[in-house]
Design a protein around this ligand. Structure first.
Ligand code: FEO
Length: 173
């Protein structure tokens, strides 16, 4: 593959793994607050982010290029509340969406059609992920300081299936 695309893919692997690290950090915070449902949802999301990184990793290998792994930044760990954790998650997802879009633009410029097919999956995935996290964030805002509503939301999110699929928005909350 074109060298610029290889560099960008290596960076994208790093970003997806950073996302995994971030969600794991948030999961630890929420578990320490005895909010095991929110914590489980974040842990599942962390695992899903690893699968995203592996899609790029395997794609590079399939194209005959060796992924060069980059250093992963220390994840954010300063969370003030469940709402703050999900708000930071939404910011992270928006950042990843922006990176995916830039990467897609690069593959169009370089006429790398197989990479465009891969990235089209990610473009759709980001729409879903932003929508899901945004909806949870809005519901947390509505819950405010009402502990009953917060615990109900915690229980609902805790039912997230332990596979790699992001739950449909209606099923998530
Ligand atoms: Fe892999 Fe949540 O972006």
């Amino acid at each position: 593959m074109n060298e610029n695309i290889q560099t960008a893919l290596n960076e994208q692997i790093k970003s997806e793994l950073y996302s995994a690290y971030f969600y794991l950090s948030a999961s630890g915070y929420l578990d320490s607050m005895s909010l095991s449902g929110f914590a489980r949802w974040m842990r599942m999301q962390s695992q899903e982010e690893v699968t995203h990184a592996m899609k790029f990793f395997d794609f590079m290998l399939d194209r005959g290029d060796r992924p060069i792994l980059q250093a992963i930044d220390k994840p954010l760990a300063d969370f003030q509340s469940p709402l703050d954790a999900f708000t930071q998650a939404l910011q992270q997802e928006r950042q990843v969406t922006s990176l995916i879009h830039h990467l897609y633009a690069l593959t169009v410029q370089e006429k790398d059609y197989p990479a465009q097919v891969l990235l089209q999956w990610f473009i759709s995935e980001q729409v879903e992920e932003e929508r899901t996290v945004s909806k949870i964030t809005e519901e947390l805002k509505m819950a405010g300081n009402n502990s009953s509503t917060l615990l109900l939301l915690n229980n609902t999110l805790g039912s997230r299936a332990g596979n790699n699929a992001t739950p449909a928005v209606g099923a998530a909350v």
